[in-house]
Design a binder for this molecule. Structure first.
Ligand code: SF4
Length: 374
């Protein structure tokens, strides 16, 4: 904050702007702890505009912790499909189950009990406590780190624990105890719409007069200071599309880790690859490869999938010794895809596979399938 500004004036300026100009978002109407929890988990790593339709669909199907707790995990993941970072969906359901089991289905109103819900970190707990219950806890996420770094012109590296602590303490000092939920949302709104990473609109900023960067004529782009990013790793997979009349083979990923419990084409890391016919005692015949591999970028990993296509005359059992720790294999019919949570890679692959081997399609005048041989 600039040396001449006062915290009460800062709060007034920020909240007046927020009351006037906040975006109308579905989780801001009827704020309630459960709705806040759903929206906050969806908004992690995901843009607001992407989240809106998912939030509305999710709340329609799972309007309460009780409804979410009772649902099948597969249905929950299906409602999350496309948002990515599926661990969030599983945490959300685990939190709902804990609310039902330990709090009789009523969302706990104590900060410590909110903190104890699965998947709820400091930031999310503070958001639920302040927005859902009006408790005075400051939220600190990437937006808030940027805004506070600029407001105070902080020169320390925000990757270090000491600077993070300092930012948390400053955010807590700034928080308006009369309207903590609105204040937290106002700071985040400021970070999303005015104090953005690449194009800060200092001329249109409601708190420019309180901002040290602005008052000292510094360049906002250099705040917050961060240590250099680690380059993402690379991994190469051999994936299998195996089809028999009317069905094709999918594998369910392990319960933990990347894309946990999602369905995908069976895949092996290229470095430990065992030829696909060996898994079926040679009873499958090759239909070639996809011309181009499918590339998918996870946050810390760039994965390349080389898809081989095979056909068998009948549904075959999977040989002992499963690759990649898969939990389950299933021969599925095409219409079942709508009920299963599918990885993004599988969604990218299916139309390419259909195009690549459409000459395998059975001559059937009533066929509606987009996949070959089904
Ligand atoms: S004046 Fe500029 S740098 Fe300061 S808070 Fe506003 S938008 Fe951010």
């Amino acid at each position: 904050m600039s040396p001449t500004s006062s915290i009460p004036d800062f709060r007034r300026a920020l909240l007046a702007w927020y009351d006037r100009e906040q975006r109308q978002l579905p989780w801001r109407t009827e704020p309630a702890p459960y709705r806040t929890l759903v929206s906050e988990l969806m908004l992690q790593q995901t843009q607001v505009q992407t989240v809106i339709p998912y939030f509305e669909r999710f709340l329609k199907r799972f309007p309460s912790p009780q409804a979410l707790a009772e649902a099948e995990e597969e249905e929950v993941l299906k409602h999350w499909q496309g948002l990515g970072y599926y661990r969030r969906a599983r945490y959300l359901q685990a939190a709902a189950r804990q609310i039902v089991a330990e709090h009789q289905g009523r969302f706990p109103s104590e900060k410590a009990a909110i903190d104890a819900l699965p998947g709820v970190g400091d930031y999310t707990a503070a958001a639920v406590a302040s927005i859902g219950f009006g408790l005075p806890y400051a939220c600190v996420d990437g937006n808030v780190i940027r805004v506070v770094s600029r407001l105070f012109a902080l020169d320390g590296d925000t990757a270090t624990g000491a600077v993070k602590k300092d930012i948390q303490a400053k955010a807590q000092d700034l928080l308006d105890p009369q309207r903590p939920g609105d204040f937290n949302q106002a700071v985040m709104e400021l970070g999303a719409t005015r104090c953005s990473p690449r194009q800060p609109s200092c001329l249109a900023c409601p708190v420019a007069g309180h901002c040290a960067v602005n008052q000292k004529g510094l360049d906002p782009h250099i705040y917050p200071f961060k240590s250099k990013k680690v380059k993402p790793g690379k991994i190469d997979y051999q994936a299998l599309f195996l089809f028999a009349p009317g069905r094709f083979l999918l594998a369910k990923r392990p319960e933990k880790g990347l894309m946990a419990s999602m369905w995908e084409l069976p895949a092996q890391e290229s470095g430990h690859f065992i030829a696909w016919p060996e898994w079926f005692d040679g009873e499958i015949s090759s239909r070639g490869h996809l011309a181009k591999p499918i590339i998918h970028r996870f946050t810390h990993l760039h994965a390349t999938y080389h898809v081989a296509m095979f056909r068998s005359d009948a549904v075959l059992p999977w040989r002992e010794g499963e690759p990649a720790g898969y939990r389950e294999f299933r021969w599925v019919e095409e219409h079942e895809l709508a009920q299963l949570p599918l990885t993004k890679v599988l969604q990218k692959a299916l139309p390419l596979i259909a195009a690549a081997i459409q000459d395998e399609r059975k001559p059937c005048p009533n066929a509606t399938s987009t996949l070959p041989g089904l």
